[in-house]
Design a binder for this molecule. Structure first.
Ligand SMILES: Nc1ncnc2c1ncn2[C@@H]1O[C@H](COP(=O)(O)OP(=O)(O)OP(=O)(O)O)[C@@H](O)[C@H]1O
Ligand SMILES: [Mg+2]
Length: 133
C-alpha cells in the first residue's frame, strides 16, 4: 500500500469545516469514488471534524490518497484535547457529553470501510477512517 498524495488541513474554525468538506469531496472524486461513496466520506469527515473542533479544541485532518491493491482515501483527525475516557461508550449511538445527538462517531464508523480511534485522556484523540474504491 502506498500513499499517492497527502495534505493536511487545519480544523480550528468554522471556515475550516467548509475546506474539509470541499477537499474530501474533490479528492474522493479524483480517486473515482462513486457519488454515493463520496457523500458517505464527506459526511463522516464532517462529523469527525466537528468533534475535533468542539471536543478536541481544534486540530487537523490529514487527507491521503492510497494505492494498493485498491484505490482509497484515508482521513486522520488529530487533536491535543482532553481525550475520550471511554471509547466504547463514546461510540454508542445516543451517547454525548455535549449538546449533540451522540450519533457522530457511530455514524461515521458505519460510513467507512476502516475505522480506528486512539485516545489518551489528557493528551488527545486520533481518529483514522478509510474508504476504498
Ligand atoms: N475529539 C474528541 N475529543 C474528546 N472527546 C470526543 C471527541 N470526539 C468525540 N468525543 C466524545 O464522544 C462523544 C460522542 O461523540 P459523537 O460525535 O458520537 O456525538 P456528539 O458529537 O456528542 O453528537 P453529534 O455528533 O450527534 O452531534 C462526544 O459527546 C464527546 O464526549
Ligand atoms: Mg459529534
Amino acid at each position: 500500500m502506498s500513499v499517492v498524495h497527502s495534505e493536511t488541513i487545519p480544523v480550528v474554525s468554522e471556515a475550516d469545516m467548509v475546506s474539509v468538506r470541499r477537499r474530501v469531496r474533490e479528492v474522493a472524486a479524483k480517486v473515482g469514488l462513486s457519488l454515493v461513496d463520496q457523500t458517505k466520506l464527506v459526511t463522516a469527515a464532517s462529523e469527525l471534524a466537528r468533534n475535533t473542533l468542539i471536543y478536541g479544541g481544534g486540530g487537523s485532518m490529514q487527507l491521503e490518497s492510497l494505492n494498493g491493491p485498491r484505490l482509497g482515501i484515508r482521513l486522520t483527525f488529530v487533536d491535543n484535547g482532553p481525550g475520550i475516557a471511554n471509547i466504547e461508550l463514546a461510540l454508542r449511538d445516543g451517547f454525548t457529553t455535549g449538546s449533540g445527538l451522540g450519533l457522530g462517531l457511530g455514524g461515521s464508523k458505519r460510513l467507512v470501510n476502516e475505522f480506528e480511534i486512539d485516545s489518551t485522556p489528557g493528551k488527545g484523540t486520533r481518529v483514522a477512517v478509510t474508504r476504498w474504491k
